[in-house]
Design a protein around this ligand. Structure first.
Ligand code: MN
Length: 199
């Protein structure tokens, strides 16, 4: 069973004006689709790996056959990260729930968390992601390069922000910091709470 591109849970324009429709269309239909295609190509000769769940592959990336490990890391990571990312956003964002309450406790305030997350997203040099993760039994902010996912380091991703230029350049150009601040308006905390509950 080949990996497939998941449908967006909303239409391309749903997150306007935070994320413009054209960016969503290219990001989902071209970038994400390419990760899926290349993951399928990389695993074409490794049916035992192709049969695993995406999460399982990402969590055990160091055990993937060396000949395709880098391709699987980049494209499997890309497929997994984006599959989560679309669900981590919503046009009906409400900043409330179990994770928000834990954030207030563990970071001291929501604003303290926001600053730490924004610093991780701004400070990631080149392409990558900023994350809120569960590290053991504590919340933490981390960033990863390229399409790496916190699961590759044994941490459970709860919220991720794509800071590759393809994610924001059409609308924000060089102003990555503005994109990061706007992102907080479309976070799907209900979905984040589901991830926290599963952890
Ligand atoms: Mn992306």
């Amino acid at each position: 069973m080949a990996f497939t591109l998941p449908e967006l849970p909303y239409d391309f324009a749903a997150l306007e004006p935070v994320i413009d429709a054209k960016t969503m269309e290219i990001h989902h239909d071209k970038h994400h689709a390419t990760y899926v295609d290349n993951l399928n190509k990389a695993l074409a000769d490794y049916p035992e790996w192709a049969a695993k769940s995406l999460e399982d592959i990402v969590a055990h990336i160091d055990e993937v056959p060396e000949a395709v490990r880098t391709a699987v890391r980049n494209n499997g990571g890309g497929h997994y990260n984006h599959s989560l990312f679309w669900q981590m956003m919503t046009p009906d964002a409400k900043q409330e729930g179990a994770t928000v309450e834990r954030i207030e406790k563990e970071f001291g305030s929501f604003d303290a968390f926001r600053k730490e997350f924004a610093a991780a997203a701004t400070g990631r040099f080149g392409s990558g992601w900023a994350w809120l993760v569960l590290d053991g039994d504590k919340l933490a902010v981390v960033s990863t390069s390229n399409q790496d996912n916190p699961l590759m380091e044994g941490k459970k991703p709860l919220l991720g922000l794509d800071v590759w230029e393809h994610a924001y350049y059409l609308k924000y150009q060089n102003k990555r910091a503005d994109y990061i601040q706007e992102f907080f308006k479309v976070i799907n905390w209900e979905f984040v709470d589901q991830l926290l509950a599963e952890a």
